[in-house]
Design a binder for this molecule. Structure first.
Ligand SMILES: C[S@@+](CC[C@H](N)C(=O)[O-])C[C@H]1O[C@@H](n2cnc3c(N)ncnc32)[C@H](O)[C@@H]1O
Length: 199
């Protein structure tokens, strides 16, 4: 099955265990503690928009994309209900150009980690890098391989999978073990990786 169709199917059938209906505490913790100042922001693989909406509430100017039309439709509905002006649209991040670059901050929760091959992850990193302004920040939340595989559960990556892909382009500001915000009794483990574009 084509990958895009697969994501669409999952939203259609409700097979979306990652979608808690709220923003992830790992995002709010990094944004408020570092702090990351409100700026022009891109969320990649935004799903139904909870994180983009939170960022928008904090004063970030958010563009958010997802390959699934149904996810984006839900995100638009949620943000208009909240009377927030996020710019949601359907796009395949690996193939289509996002026109409003450069961004000061890029966020993704579970999109970077969804690519199985090192080649695809490296391509994803290069694209993120190309959309960031000089010294711009990227925060990614990635399923961790430091627990047995779970079903349902996120793709699992090692810290080395992350560093191998990102270090050619980014300085790693922090990389630590956490867990996803989740409605599961035992939330899946996650890596929280904050990076800064080198040049
Ligand atoms: C694990 S889900 C996480 C969704 C959302 N970030 C959340 O936390 O609720 C991964 C998301 O990435 C999207 N995605 C996967 N590949 C993509 C691509 N190439 N371009 C844009 N979105 C993509 C999927 O449609 C899906 O919504």
């Amino acid at each position: 099955m084509k990958r895009e169709t697969n994501w669409h199917e999952r939203y259609m059938t409700g097979d979306i265990p990652w979608d808690t209906g709220r923003y992830d505490f790992n995002l709010s913790k990094i944004v408020t503690r570092r702090p990351i100042q409100p700026c022009k922001t891109l969320e990649v693989g935004c799903g139904t928009g909870s994180n983009a909406i939170w960022l928008s509430r904090q004063g970030f100017s958010v563009t958010a994309v997802d390959v699934s039309e149904i996810a984006v439709q839900r995100a638009i509905k949620k943000s208009s209900k909240a009377r927030l002006a996020c710019n949601f649209f359907v796009a395949n991040f690996m193939k289509q150009k996002i026109s409003s670059a450069p961004f000061g901050f890029v966020f993704d929760r579970g999109c970077f980690h969804s690519f199985d091959s090192p080649k695809e992850r490296s391509k994803y990193v290069k694209i993120v890098n190309s959309y960031l302004k000089r010294r711009g920040l990227w925060l990614t939340l990635v399923g961790s391989a430091d627990e047995p595989p779970r079903n349902p559960g996120p793709p699992q990556r090692t810290a080395r999978d992350i560093t191998t892909a990102v270090e050619p382009y980014f300085n790693i500001l922090s990389l630590y073990a956490s867990h996803f915000d989740s409605n599961m009794q035992k939330p899946p483990k996650a890596w929280v990786c904050l990076m800064q574009k080198r040049k």
